[in-house]
Design a protein around this ligand. Structure first.
Ligand code: COS
Length: 390
């Protein structure tokens, strides 16, 4: 733990108040304008939110994952687009450097990421390589002391705001699978990088994704995360980053679910039909109870997995369990929230309707539910074989 217990409690209170007083009142504005207001980004910087998971020596708060998920349970209780602003700097945009970067790479990028001055973005997915990330085609051809990168990345979160991309590219042209892939740190302002137009998404307005196109982008060998010795090891970096990311996304799912449960409960207590609050009806109570139970289960899974991560234990299987369960859970919770709100949940100015669309993404990004199933089952079979062979 980087913060003492009192300071950490204060941080949690500050985040909860920030969500309640500053973010919730602006949700509709963000959805309509498809932008996060500058004053909110500035408040996030002040609170240190860009550097939650970045070590203290680089200017971050240095939270461990158990602490970070507690922050995300609270920050998740508003439109997910707000969390997305700081999401890549704490997660997929910085963790590759934290896990595997050289001292020089850490010093060069992490302090500016922690302050929010620099936005990090993770460029793995391609038009033809989504779930099968190992089949990516973006190439990095060696030319003396540099590599020349060519290819297109798709659906890249925070690309329009990014100052640096972690780009996964194939350095061994004789491979077509996960081996032969390296991870590069590429500054976004190079003239040979162009951005596609912003994707028009189903939900999460205010969070932006787009294509990133690399045309003969020349970078030095030391742009490889971890340096020359890590040539061909980029896929393992991506997987480690995603394991951790899946856990933190799960915490956001719980935050959103808790918000929807609170809103649904309040509505059920206020809304009267047949002469009494609908909260008195057992069929409505059953929905509320299911929502609460599932959300509680996800929270417990996440806290336990975070504890294991912080203890240095492997968590690939558990992180996939959390991601699968929490993202599916929040989908069911959002569906019931609409049901409890009835017509009031379906109409245009309803925040509930917006959340229903927003949460759909959780089952897709950082690995679909089907990829989580595949990871869980493959690891089960592998572990069973190891045990049998031991
Ligand atoms: N931690 C560290 N290393 C890992 C790892 C993990 N959790 N999972 C896999 N690796 C390593 C493996 O050890 C292997 O290395 P070696 O060849 O040296 O043994 C290498 O990575 C390839 O692993 P694997 O053979 O399992 O790769 P596959 O191509 O079969 O793909 C899946 C694995 C499907 C799990 C992977 O492609 C995946 O996660 N896809 C989803 C991608 C995703 O989440 N995209 C979201 C976009 S980013 S927001």
């Amino acid at each position: 733990m980087a913060l003492d217990a009192d300071t950490f409690e204060q941080l949690l209170d500050q985040v909860a108040r920030f969500v309640r007083e500053k973010l919730r009142p602006r949700e509709e504005e963000v959805a309509l304008s498809d932008a996060i207001p500058a004053d909110i980004v500035s408040d996030m910087r002040q609170l240190g939110l860009f550097g939650l998971a970045i070590p203290e020596e680089f200017g971050g708060l240095g939270l461990n994952v158990s602490e970070e998920v507690q922050v995300l349970f609270r920050l998740g209780q508003t439109s997910p687009a707000f969390r997305s602003v700081i999401g890549t700097n704490n997660g997929i945009g910085s963790q590759g450097i934290i896990f595997d970067g050289t001292a020089e790479q850490k010093q060069r990028y992490l302090p500016r990421m922690a302050s929010g001055e620099l936005i990090g973005s993770f460029a793995l997915t391609e038009p033809e390589a989504g779930s099968d990330a190992g089949s990516l085609r973006t190439s990095a051809r060696r030319d003396g002391d540099s590599f020349v990168i060519n290819g297109t990345k798709r659906f890249i979160t925070n690309a329009p705001q990014a100052g640096v991309f972690t780009v996964f590219a194939r350095t061994d042209p004789n491979t077509s699978t996960a081996s032969g892939v390296s991870a590069f740190l590429v500054d976004a302002d190079l003239p040979e990088i162009t951005l596609g137009k912003k994707d028009r998404k189903m939900g999460q307005q205010g969070a932006h994704t787009c294509d990133v196109i690399f045309e003969d982008v020349r970078v030095p060998v030391d742009a490889i995360i971890g340096g020359e010795k890590n040539i061909g090891k980029g896929f393992a970096t991506a997987m480690k980053v995603l394991d951790r990311g899946r856990l933190t996304i799960s915490a956001v799912c719980v935050g959103v679910a808790e918000r929807l449960i609170g809103d649904s409960l309040n509505y059920a207590i206020e809304r009267k039909q047949f002469g009494q609050p609908i909260a008195e009806f057992q069929l409505v109570q059953a929905m509320l109870a299911d929502m609460r139970t599932e959300c509680f289960a996800a929270r417990c899974m996440i806290e336990e997995t975070a504890r294991r991560f912080d203890a240095g234990q492997p968590i690939a299987t558990e992180a996939a369990c959390c991601k699968m369960f929490a993202s599916e859970m929040v989908g069911r919770v959002a569906d019931k929230a609409v049901q409890i709100h009835g017509g009031a949940g379906y109409v245009a100015d309803s925040g509930i309707k917006r959340f229903y669309r927003d949460v759909r993404l959780f089952r897709i990004y950082e690995g679909t539910t089907q990829i989580q199933q595949l990871v869980i089952a493959r690891n089960m079979v592998r572990d069973a074989r190891r045990t049998a062979g031991a």
